[in-house]
Write a protein that binds this ligand. Structure first.
Ligand code: UD1
Ligand code: MG
Length: 451
């Protein structure tokens, strides 16, 4: 069956009060990506006929993150039923029976573990069973804040009672609302019109449409799914649990793809981290967004990488920091306490100890001595340092940008280089050494007599 005749509505307008945050709940990241990106990713392969994200009035950054997906503003946020109402207005005329959209799939923006295949199955299932409303349920260890499913004797769904409104008997129900609903599009507006706000929270609950449909003599169904897929995030504690679960999945995927993680539980990955075959990641490494590591590279302990490309066979760390725009070609060595930002290091280049290389281009096989700093910033502007191939930069050199060092040049240790150095040139830019034989002993004698 073609899936293209359903509309998807993702709710993200809630204030997220329980997060106690100025950031909208759906912008809180999981594995580096805002939570809202996950349900949208799950939906996209199904090419819904329309996709709408309902946002709050001060959520322009949510709109920016979800673009080009359309957003509608719900102001004020009067509940999930009210939120879907704003979306149906935007779908004006496109819902059956006047339009081609047969189903409306409603998801919550705070439910990041949904799989595409599940969403597809739920739409198919509603059509197959001709239920007016199909809702995905789960049995979490702690049903706590979730809406409870009240089932009829034959297992059909009778109504959903929100936790805040549930009687003690209803509180004890283990099957709860996982937050995915598929609704017969031709009836959705009629259901929403009947939703009232006379409940514990004074909100228009979307979940009330089940009882409303039943009172109209229509059938509703519950589809049980693994709890892991339906976890909703309302608090920082749940956010931390979701992060842990996402990390376990990402590590597992890396291991399955031929990456060695010596202590997987200590390595933190981003949703977009790409690690090649036979990459070895030592314990306690953090991958921020936008990192790609080529085959056989080794990332040693306590390194932090973000927005960086690491070539095949490179060795990074321990204690290395790769910042956005670091491009290390194959067999590069970046050692302890070396920071690289917006810089390319050509194949086989080495910076093994205590350096800052920023806004730079370093040629192949060049050796950057311990303590070398590219002085790229004058407090107002950034400047580039260009170093050729096969050069040798002595320890504790300051390269004051903008500056160029030619191929094969040697810079003496302790130099402060302020002018360009031609290829194959030895450049010494430091104070001359002055030796005074015997003077040290004299000074020591004098001081001893005084004290
Ligand atoms: C909701 C369900 C509950 C279910 C749980 C699953 C309702 C009334 N309750 O509860 O049955 O078990 O999700 O995770 O639907 N939102 C809006 N506008 C609003 C209110 C909320 O867009 O006016 C959005 C929120 O941003 C959020 C989603 O809807 O992404 C769900 O809202 P939330 O407050 O988290 O509902 P829960 O209490 O988790
Ligand atoms: Mg929620």
């Amino acid at each position: 069956m073609s899936q293209s005749t359903f509309a998807a509505v993702v709710l993200a307008a809630g204030s997220g009060t329980r997060m106690k945050s100025t950031l909208p709940k759906v912008m809180h990241p999981i594995a580096g990506r805002p939570m809202i990106a996950y349900p949208l990713d799950a939906l996209t392969p199904l090419t819904p006929a329309a996709m709408i994200v309902v946002v709050g009035p001060r959520m322009s950054e949510v709109a920016r993150v979800v673009a080009p997906v359309e957003t509608v503003v719900q102001d004020p946020a009067l509940g999930t039923g009210h939120a879907v109402r704003q979306a149906t207005r935007a779908l004006n005329g496109r819902l059956a029976p006047h339009g081609a959209i047969e189903d409306v799939l409603v998801l919550y923006g705070d439910t990041p573990f949904l799989a595409t295949e599940t969403l597809s199955r739920l739409v198919t299932e509603r059509r197959r069973t001709a239920a007016a409303v199909l809702v995905a349920g789960m049995r979490p260890v702690d049903p706590g804040p979730y809406g409870r499913f009240v089932l009829a004797a034959d297992g059909a769904l009778e109504r959903i009672v929100e936790a805040a409104d549930a009687s003690p008997e209803e509180q004890a129900i283990g099957l709860v609302n996982g937050g995915i609903m598929v609704i017969e599009a031709s009836r959705l507006e009629e259901f929403l019109d009947a939703v009232r706000s006379d409940n514990a929270k004074g909100e228009f609950y979307l979940t009330d449409i089940v009882g409303i449909a039943r009172r109209k003599g229509l059938s509703c169904r519950a589809a049980e799914l693994p709890a892991e897929e339906l976890i909703g995030i309302n608090t920082r504690a749940e956010l931390a649990e979701a992060e842990a679960l996402m990390q376990r999945r990402l590590r597992r995927a890396a291991l399955d793809a031929g990456v060695t993680l010596i202590a997987p539980e200590t390595v933190f990955l981003s949703a977009d981290t790409r690690l090649g075959r036979d990459v070895v990641v030592e314990p306690n490494v953090i991958f921020g967004l936008g990192v790609e590591v080529g085959e056989g590279a080794r990332i040693r302990s306590f390194s932090h990488l973000e927005g960086a490309t690491v070539g095949a066979g490179a060795i990074i760390g321990p204690f290395a920091r790769l910042r956005p725009g670091a491009i290390l070609e194959e067999e590069v060595h970046v050692g302890n306490f070396v920071e690289v930002k917006a810089a390319r290091l050509g194949a086989g280049a080495k910076a093994n100890h205590l350096s800052y290389i920023g806004d730079s281009d370093v040629g192949a096989r060049t050796n950057i001595g311990a303590g070398t700093i590219t002085c790229n910033y004058d407090g107002f502007n950034k400047f580039r340092t260009i170093i050729g191939e096969g050069a040798f930069i002595g320890s504790n050199t300051a390269l004051v940008a903008p500056v160029k060092v030619g191929d094969g040049a040697i810079i003496a240790a302790g130099s402060v280089v302020t002018r360009d150095v031609a290829p194959d040139t030895l450049s010494i830019a430091r104070g001359k050494q002055v030796d005074k034989p015997g003077r040290a002993a004299e000074i020591r004698d004098r001081l001893r007599r005084k004290n």
